[in-house]
Design a protein around this ligand. Structure first.
Ligand code: HEM
Ligand code: HEM
Length: 185
């Protein structure tokens, strides 16, 4: 049988991709956040989607440490497999660090953080705590540059397997693959 990710791992992967698309669109269209920027709806939505991403990533990491990744495809050289794993680990790290820095910075700026106004999140940083101003800049830089660069590398890698090597690496993350018929053989 061909090795593939579990349907839970696939669902969590694609849910995070969808949430990140919304989150970047919000980040790029919300007003630039400065000293006395009022908390508009777009900024509030950016906080809520960010907290939702953080929650889903924690669930995904718990799933991941309790479920190994599928065996690598035979045709993939070990160095490529190790590089892909490194990119995956860095993506997981950023998916945790970026929203936590955003949360710290929102609290530092004295914004309340809620999950779609349903739950009030705890305040994890004192307002204007001296020495913590950099958290906002680092949050934006890591999201806009490090995360997008790594995602770019990751997607180029997936397309290289699909279009050039023509192996099954991309399919391992696609819903419904390998399908009942092909898994019987
Ligand atoms: C994976 C989740 C997140 C991503 C990808 C993300 C992305 C971004 C990006 C790209 C910017 C810069 C916008 C620009 O270009 O000017 C930004 C700014 C900001 N985000 Fe997020 N964000 C995330 C989660 C959060 C969360 C959870 C919060 C708060 C609860 C938050 C609060 C902020 C704040 C306060 C700023 C302004 C920072 C500053 O310029 O000083 N973000 N975010
Ligand atoms: C269209 C965009 C994307 C495609 C085509 C794609 C494709 C894939 C594929 C094929 C795998 C399995 C790789 C393997 O078997 O070695 C994978 C795994 C992974 N992807 Fe993506 N991906 C996309 C976007 C993203 C984004 C935006 C993120 C997060 C920022 C992400 C994070 C991950 C992680 C962390 C894994 C490792 C899963 C694990 O083993 O725990 N992907 N992706």
């Amino acid at each position: 049988m061909k090795s593939t990710y579990t349907s839970t791992a696939k669902a969590l992967h694609w849910l995070i991709v969808a949430l990140l698309i919304v989150q970047f669109l919000l980040a790029w269209t919300m007003p630039h956040i400065g000293r006395d920027t009022p908390l508009t709806m777009l900024i509030n939505l950016h906080f809520s989607f960010g907290m939702l991403i953080l929650f889903v990533v924690v669930v995904r990491l718990i799933w991941r440490v309790t479920h190994a990744e599928p065996e690598p495809e035979d045709s993939v050289p070990p160095w490529q497999h190790r590089s892909a794993q490194l990119v995956h680990r860095l993506l997981y790290l950023l998916l945790l660090v970026v929203p936590i820095l955003g949360w710290i910075n929102a609290n530092w700026r004295d914004y309340p953080v809620t999950l779609f106004s349903l739950f009030q999140m705890p305040k994890i940083m004192a307002t204007r705590a001296p020495g913590w101003q950099w958290t906002g800049d680092l949050h934006g830089l890591l999201a806009n540059y490090a995360m997008l660069a790594l995602v770019g590398l990751h997607v180029v890698g997936a397309l290289y397997h699909y279009l050039i090597r023509r192996d099954q690496v991309l399919q391992r993350m696609l819903p419904g693959w390998p399908g009942k018929a092909s898994s019987v053989r």
